[in-house]
Write a protein that binds this ligand. Structure first.
Ligand code: AMP
Ligand code: MG
Length: 416
């Protein structure tokens, strides 16, 4: 058995980043840039007003002038190239380009206008309320380094500089194959002793959520020929996930078939519970994972090793889930020679975190995972502990029903 860190290192050492492709901007959502993205334009691309108000010469204001003649009206989208002369002001809206000659915007709230006569009621600093060209970024600046995930803000920023096409890493294609003669596809009745295949469903969801393309290959019975035939198909993909058949059972054929088909074994057996009999190997550039059949073991193995690999294949450096140290709400049971990943829910406790486990923790109890938004890691050889002991908790995707205690609880009645 190897440690979790050794297993992660072994998997990551086998990753060969995928080729790049060009896609329209919206198709790049959730994907990773395959090259540094250099901005073709500056943001803002012209000096513009940050407020609704009046553009004036700051020097005139500073030297005491409070009255101006409003010479022009500039809504957003209108470019004015006539200069604003001394003693004049331009009425200007937020986002409208600054005309030549002026450098300062007096907000409408501190002015009065009577016909074309403007009275400034309050002094503002020279240069105030103007967004300068290239203030956010300059043409030629690197917007994102290679391997950056493109979320809504990144996609929006790319749109703001006019990028229609983005170079991203190809999405990994992930073959999913369930093994087990007891498995029955959904929609078919169960005979005694049979169960529905659920691992393919959880894996499908996990693969999709990791930004990869799942390819479902169905169920292989515990039969050498069938396992060979289906695994051979699976091996065409970037990542192969088989579930079941990697233990020491009489009909556990997956490792044998992997070897026959030229998969080079990197490890079999990780000192974790659940997930011990995980088998990992490579063939060509393909990463071949044989995860244990127990539904929680399969999901936890994905979280621990396959998800980081899928992200690394796309060139992402940020391949791990975030984690916190959280205090157990209850007693924590002893462990033996393996580190245990207990499914839990994270809770806010003052400024820190607590967690409570999600019921019975057997590796076949998928409900424990469905209720969880974290995995709490109890180190191997721990004697057990009382409530309050702290453990590392890896966050899974989660939302909270608790409204955050946002600052400024008092109602604000004034309109902006
Ligand atoms: P195995 O790893 O093949 O020994 O399977 C361990 C346990 O996981 C057994 O109880 C299997 O019935 C169960 N199992 C294996 N594959 C699946 C699957 N695709 N969906 C649900 N349960 C499974
Ligand atoms: Mg089996």
């Amino acid at each position: 058995m190897i440690s979790i860190h050794e297993a992660i290192d072994s998997v990551l050492a086998a990753v060969r980043p995928l080729a790049e492709e060009e896609v329209p901007l919206l198709d790049a959502l959730g994907r990773a840039t395959a090259a540094d993205v250099v901005s073709p334009a500056s943001v803002p691309s012209f000096d513009n007003s940050a407020m609704d108000g009046y553009a004036v010469r700051g020097a005139e204001l500073q030297s005491g002038r409070r009255e101006f003649r409003v010479s022009v009206d500039i809504p957003a989208g209108r470019f004015v190239d006539d200069g604003v002369a001394e003693g004049e002001a331009a009425k200007i809206m937020t986002g409208a380009p600054m005309p030549p000659g002026v450098d300062t915007v007096v907000p409408v709230e501190v002015t009065e206008q009577h016909d074309d006569r403007l009275v400034v009621l309050d002094l503002v600093a020279t240069g105030a309320n103007v967004r300068r060209a290239a203030e956010d970024l300059a043409a030629g600046d690197v917007l994102f380094p290679r391997g950056s995930r493109l979320g809504p803000a990144e996609i929006g920023l790319l749109a703001s500089v006019g990028c229609e096409i983005v170079t991203v890493a190809r999405r990994p294609r992930v073959a999913i194959l369930a093994t087990g003669s007891e498995l029955v596809p959904l929609g078919q009745p169960l005979s005694p002793g049979q169960i529905h295949n659920s691992n393919s469903f959880t894996a499908y969801g996990q693969v999709l959520a990791a930004g990869a393309e799942p390819v479902l290959l169905g169920i292989a019975r515990d039969d050498l020929d069938e396992t060979r035939r289906l695994l051979a198909q699976a091996l065409e993909r970037d990542v192969i996930i088989t579930s079941g058949g990697v233990s020491v059972g009489e009909y556990d054929f997956v490792k044998q078939v992997q070897e026959e088909l030229g998969v080079e074994r990197r490890f079999w057996g990780v000192a974790t519970k659940p997930g011990k009999p995980l088998a990992f190997g490579v063939r060509g550039d393909s990463l071949v994972f044989g995860v244990p059949g127990n539904p929680v073991a399969a999901m936890v193995s994905f979280e621990m090793y396959i998800r980081p690999a899928i992200l690394a294949l796309q060139g992402r450096p940020d391949i791990y889930r975030p984690y916190v140290f959280a205090a157990a709400e209850e007693k924590v049971k002893r462990t033996r020679e393996r580190t245990e990943a207990r499914r839990c829910r994270l809770l806010h406790r003052g400024r820190g975190w607590g967690f409570s486990t999600t019921g019975p923790q057997g590796s076949g109890i998928l409900r424990s995972m469905a209720l969880a938004d974290g995995l709490a890691f109890v180190p191997a050889g721990s004697a057990g502990s009382d409530p309050g002991a702290e453990f590392l908790v890896m966050m899974l995707e989660g939302m909270s029903a608790e409204r955050p205690p946002f600052p400024g609880a008092a109602p604000v009645s004034e309109t902006p």
